[in-house]
Design a protein around this ligand. Structure first.
Ligand SMILES: [Zn+2]
Length: 524
C-alpha cells in the first residue's frame, strides 16, 4: 500500500532524459513506485490525478549564505515555491559554525540584533539546534573559511602557525560532523587577507574527507582570469573538485569574458582528475554589501574601526579616486534598505546629485551609519550570463540566505533571486527563450548538484530515492519578485513533497517541517 500515488504526470526524472507520462508512488520518506502510465499501480491511501502537470525531483539550491534564517517561522516558503527542496548554505566563506573564540562577540551581537539564541560552537551543536526546531526542507552546509579565520585570528592581517592549526583542526572536526566541504569569500574580510597557500592547506583537509571546494573568488572583474587560475591551482594542489560560485564578469569593460573562462575550465577538466563546475544566478545585477566597494585597507582592523577611519576628511578624496580607478558605474547601484527611507531604492549617483555631495562622500555617509548596508548593482552582460547558464556543468543558485517572510525588518532586503531564481531560470531560459530544453534545465538543478555534492538518493525520480517531488503547472511558472518588490513568492508549484512530507498542497503551504539536516559523512 502506497501513501500517495501521483497519476498521469509528465515525468522529468532529473537525468536529462526525455519526459514520459507516468506514475510515482511515495511510501514514508521514499519514492516506492515509478512506472509509465499503462502500468497497474498498487493501492494508495491518497491518489493525485496530475493530468497536465509536470513532475520533477525537488530542486537543489547550491548556494545560500547563512543558516540564521532557519530560526524564523516559514524560513523556506520562498524557496519551496520555486520547487527547491534542498539548500546548501555556508557559502562565500561564511557559515554558522564552527564558532572559534574571536568570533564569539560578533555572533553575540548578531544574535542580539536578529533576535535569535546563540548557543552553539561546533557544527554538531548547530545541527542539533536545527533538528530541535525542525526545518521545512533539507539543508546541508559547507564550512566558511572567513568563519574559521575570523574565529582563529585576533588581527585579520597577522596569521600564525597556531591560528592555522586551529583553523585546520576546526575544519576537520566540522567535516567529521557532516560538512560538505570548504567555501571561501575572497573579496570579503577576513577571507581576502589569506594567501593561496593557506587555502590549499585547508582545502586539502576538506578533500581528504571527501568534500568539495566552493569559492567566491578574489576577483570577478578585471582580474577574473587570475582568480580562476588561483581557484584551479587550489583544486589541483589540494586534490579537490571545485565550484566557482556565482560566476560572472562584472563591469562593462569585462563583458564577453565568460565564454573564455568556460573554455579554460573545459581545458582544465580534460587534463585533470579533479573537476571544475560553476553555479550561477539568472540575473544581470549583483547583490552585496556596499563596503565591498571601498579600498580593502579600511577593513583591515575589523568592522568596528571602519566608521572611525571613514570620518577622516581626506578619505573622501581617496574613495572618489578609487571609484574612478575601478570605473564603478554608480548610476547602476541601488541602495537596498528598509531602515533608511532617505536612501532606499535610490542609486548612489542619484543620492549624490540630490545632496550635492561627491560619490565618495555619499558612500562614506552611508557606511558610517551602517557598515552592513546592502546594494544591488547592474553590472553583468546578459550574453555572458546566458553562456554561463547554458554551460553543461553549470548549476543554478539563488545566492541568497533563507530570508523568511516573518523575519525582523532589520534582517535586510533581498535580491529578487532569493524568491525567484529557479522560476526565473525555467521561465526565461526554457519557456520564453528556448535556450535549454525542460529536461536539460531540470538536470542542471537536480541530479547535477546531487552528484557534485554527493547527495546520495536525491536528485532523481527513482525507486528508493528520497521523495523530494514537485508537481508544476507549466503554464503558470512565473518569478514574481522584482528588484524593487523582491519579497513576492513565485507561481507554478502546485504540489511539493520533502522526504514524503506533503508541504505544498494545491498551492498552499502546510505547517510541516519534513526537512532533514544532511550530513556528508552520514549519507546513505
Ligand atoms: Zn558570494
Amino acid at each position: 500500500m502506497l501513501d500517495v500515488l501521483i497519476k498521469n504526470a509528465l515525468i522529468y526524472d532529473g537525468s536529462g532524459a526525455k519526459p514520459y507520462l507516468g506514475m510515482v508512488g511515495i511510501t514514508g520518506k521514499n519514492i516506492s513506485f515509478v512506472a509509465d502510465a499503462q502500468a497497474v499501480a498498487p493501492h494508495a491511501l491518497k491518489v493525485i490525478e496530475a493530468d497536465g502537470l509536470l513532475l520533477t525531483p525537488g530542486f537543489i539550491d547550491t548556494h545560500a549564505s547563512t543558516g540564521f534564517g532557519y530560526f524564523y517561522p516559514h524560513a523556506a516558503d520562498h524557496k519551496l515555491y520555486q520547487g527547491i527542496t534542498t539548500e546548501i548554505f555556508g557559502n562565500c566563506g561564511t557559515s554558522p559554525a564552527p564558532i572559534l573564540p574571536h568570533l564569539v562577540p560578533t555572533m553575540q551581537k548578531l544574535a542580539e540584533n536578529l533576535q535569535f539564541t546563540f548557543d552553539w560552537h561546533t557544527l554538531d551543536e548547530y545541527f542539533n539546534r536545527l533538528e530541535t526546531i525542525g526545518v521545512q526542507f533539507n539543508v546541508a552546509t559547507l564550512t566558511g573559511h572567513s568563519t574559521l579565520r575570523g574565529g582563529a585570528l585576533e588581527n585579520w592581517t597577522q596569521t600564525s602557525a597556531r591560528a592555522q592549526q586551529q583553523m585546520e583542526e576546526a575544519l576537520l572536526a566540522s567535516m567529521q560532523e557532516g560538512s560538505f566541504g570548504l567555501s571561501t569569500g575572497l573579496i570579503y574580510a577576513p577571507g581576502c587577507f589569506a594567501t593561496t597557500y593557506e587555502i590549499i592547506s585547508l582545502a586539502s583537509i576538506a578533500a581528504q574527507q571527501g568534500g568539495v571546494y566552493a569559492s567566491h573568488m578574489r576577483d570577478e572583474r578585471d582580474k577574473l582570469e587570475e582568480a580562476i587560475e588561483e581557484t584551479l591551482e587550489i583544486g589541483e594542489k589540494a586534490g579537490i573538485n571545485v565550484l566557482v560560485s556565482h560566476l560572472k564578469a562584472a563591469e562593462k569593460r569585462n563583458f564577453g569574458k565568460i565564454p573564455k573562462v568556460l573554455k579554460r575550465l573545459e581545458d582544465y577538466n580534460k587534463r585533470h582528475k579533479q573537476q571544475a563546475f560553476i553555479d550561477v544566478y539568472p540575473y544581470t545585477a549583483v547583490s552585496t554589501k556596499l563596503r565591498a566597494f571601498i579600498p580593502k585597507h579600511f577593513l583591515e582592523g575589523g568592522l568596528a574601526a571602519v566608521k572611525t577611519k571613514l570620518a577622516i576628511p581626506e578619505v573622501v578624496a581617496e574613495i572618489d579616486a578609487y571609484i574612478i580607478e575601478r570605473d564603478y558605474e554608480l548610476s547602476q547601484m541601488l541602495i537596498i534598505s528598509n531602515q533608511y527611507p532617505e536612501w532606499e531604492g535610490k542609486t548612489v549617483d542619484l543620492i549624490a546629485k540630490e545632496t550635492g555631495k561627491s560619490l565618495g562622500q555619499v558612500i562614506c555617509d552611508i557606511l558610517m551609519r551602517d557598515t552592513e548596508m546592502w546594494i544591488v548593482y547592474h553590472c553583468i552582460d546578459p550574453a555572458d550570463i546566458d553562456a554561463a547558464i547554458t554551460w553543461p556543468r553549470a548549476m543554478i543558485c539563488t545566492d541568497s540566505w533563507s530570508h523568511p517572510i516573518n523575519a525582523p525588518t532589520r534582517i535586510g532586503v533581498p535580491h529578487p533571486r532569493s524568491y525567484g531564481a529557479f522560476t526565473q531560470f525555467l521561465y526565461d531560459y526554457v519557456l520564453q527563450r528556448n535556450l535549454l530544453t525542460f529536461q536539460e534545465a531540470v538536470r542542471k538543478i537536480t541530479s547535477l548538484p546531487a552528484s557534485f555534492f554527493g547527495l546520495t538518493n536525491r536528485g532523481l525520480i527513482k525507486k528508493g530515492y528520497r521523495a523530494d517531488v514537485v508537481l508544476f503547472n507549466k503554464g503558470k511558472i512565473r518569478p514574481n519578485a522584482t528588484y524593487t518588490n523582491p519579497c513576492r513568492l513565485s507561481d507554478g508549484v502546485e504540489h511539493l513533497w520533502v522526504n514524503g512530507g506533503y508541504i505544498i498542497e494545491n498551492g498552499h503551504i502546510n505547517e510541516l517541517t519534513p526537512g532533514e539536516v544532511l550530513r556528508k559523512n552520514k549519507m546513505e
